[in-house]
Design a protein around this ligand. Structure first.
Ligand code: FMN
Length: 211
């Protein structure tokens, strides 16, 4: 039954042992369902060096379920990048039809090889844009921004998708290593299924929560 009805996994005690596996599976199902743009979009919450919180959407491009690692790519000098480097504790939340996954932990810079491999898969304009945009910094006009993009394209002689563009030193990933994962499944009468798993050395300790 478990294989066929993953929705019911949270309804059954004892709770399963690896929550990150669920997140990966639910993401796959959201992609397969095809009704949601960017099912891998997450709200990423950070706190800066002064304790000021902020949240924004990013894409969670990789999930490593065994290690419970979640990787997002961005400009590492952006507001979020500066915040994470000052305070690595951060949180993400996924939302899919009838489901939510909340993940908390510590993020650190993703190894260069992974960043290089992912950067190379991005469309040309995204690769050029990574150079052109000092993300989170002010700019006078859109025209000015597009001129920066054109300059970068000329500098690298890159006008076609197949043209190589190196990864900028300020562009990379943050990998969030989860120490807490909470899963939520919508159920009838708003008596939803909800459980949180806390990492304890190399195991996860589940606790069912009231909805
Ligand atoms: C659905 C969606 C996905 C996004 N994905 C990313 C992303 O993967 N990386 C990124 O840097 N910004 C992404 N953005 C833009 C961010 O929300 C944000 O505007 C930008 O990263 C600057 O945030 P910051 O100033 O807090 O660093 C995305 C926005 C949306 C709406």
């Amino acid at each position: 039954m478990e294989e066929e009805r993953p929705d019911l996994w949270l309804a059954v005690d004892p709770l399963p042992s690896n929550p990150a596996q669920f997140v990966k599976q639910w993401l796959g199902e959201a992609f397969a369902g095809g009704i949601q743009a960017n099912p891998h979009a997450v709200a990423l919450a950070t706190v800066d060096a002064d304790g000021r919180p902020s949240v924004r959407m990013v894409l969670c491009n990789e999930i490593e379920p065994e290690a419970a690692e979640f990787t997002m790519y961005t400009n590492t000098q952006s507001r979020k990048g500066r915040a994470i480097r000052a305070e690595p504790r951060c949180a993400i939340v996924f939302h899919w039809p009838s489901r939510q996954a909340r993940i908390e932990g510590r993020a650190s810079l993703t190894p260069d090889e992974k960043c290089d491999a992912y950067f190379a898969t991005r469309p040309l304009e995204a690769r050029l844009g990574a150079w052109a945009s000092a993300q989170s910094e002010p700019i006078g006009s859109r025209t000015e921004m597009l001129a920066k993009l054109a300059d970068v394209s000329e500098r690298f002689g890159a006008t076609k998708e197949e043209d190589p563009v190196p990864r900028p030193p300020h562009w990379g990933g943050f990998t969030l290593v989860a120490n807490s994962i909470e899963l939520w499944v919508s159920r009838e009468g708003r008596i939803h299924d909800r459980a949180v798993w806390q990492r304890s050395e190399d195991t996860w300790v589940p606790t069912r929560l009231q909805p």
